[in-house]
Design a protein around this ligand. Structure first.
Ligand SMILES: [Zn+2]
Length: 198
């Protein structure tokens, strides 16, 4: 292992777990293939951040029953992540710390938000915590992870994409791979847990 390439967690780092919610896991109403695989993967990063008392953010879709992204309202998705339902809960096995900041998005009927920055106070919370570098993983690679990473880069953050803790919807074959290419092309660095310095 090349120690010069390993990543040392430090002050200014924050982890964003994107939409690790029951409806996006196998058995959920908008299941991402192998979506459950991100849970143990993100848990390892969560433990590393907890050990260093670094901040953790968890985004979630938090939709009303008549949300515009649902097919009944002309959207493209089946109903999912309706606020305060089991489907909207974080994966039971996700070990979020007590101090995790929950960022709810797309909570009104008329607006959707794939990005954790969309219509939320995430940017303000990150500034308050003096965050400069974001570690981003979760669901799904080709929608909410992609859009969160785009916005994080546009906001000027250094972005480390947790390549072993994301999964794609792949509505069209290859969407996940294209999203990964785009994020890296925009400047995100794809890492795996093994890249963290012990
Ligand atoms: Zn949604």
């Amino acid at each position: 292992m090349n120690s010069s390439s390993s990543i040392r967690l430090q002050a200014g780092d924050a982890l964003i777990a994107v939409d690790v919610q029951n409806d996006f896991l196998p058995g959920g109403s908008l299941a991402v293939p192998e979506g459950d695989a991100v849970v143990p993967a993100i848990n390892r990063y969560l433990a590393a951040f907890a050990a260093r008392a670094l901040p953790v953010f968890a985004t979630r879709d938090w939709h009303p029953t008549n949300h515009c992204s649902f097919k009944a309202q002309g959207g493209i998705w089946p109903p999912h992540c309706v606020a305060a339902t089991r489907g909207a809960e974080f994966a039971h096995a996700l070990t979020l710390p007590e101090t995790a900041v929950i960022i709810s998005k797309a909570a009104t009927p008329e607006a959707d938000a794939y990005s954790g920055f969309g219509g939320t106070n995430l940017a303000a919370r990150l500034r308050a915590d003096e965050v400069t570098r974001l570690f981003i993983g979760g669901l799904a690679t080709d929608y909410c992870v992609l859009n969160t990473v785009r916005d994080a880069l546009a906001e000027g953050y250094t972005v480390l994409l947790l390549a072993d803790a994301i999964r794609a919807v792949d509505v069209n074959a290859g969407d996940g791979a294209r999203a990964l290419d785009e994020m890296q092309g925009l400047g995100a660095r794809a890492i795996r847990y093994e890249d963290l310095a012990p």
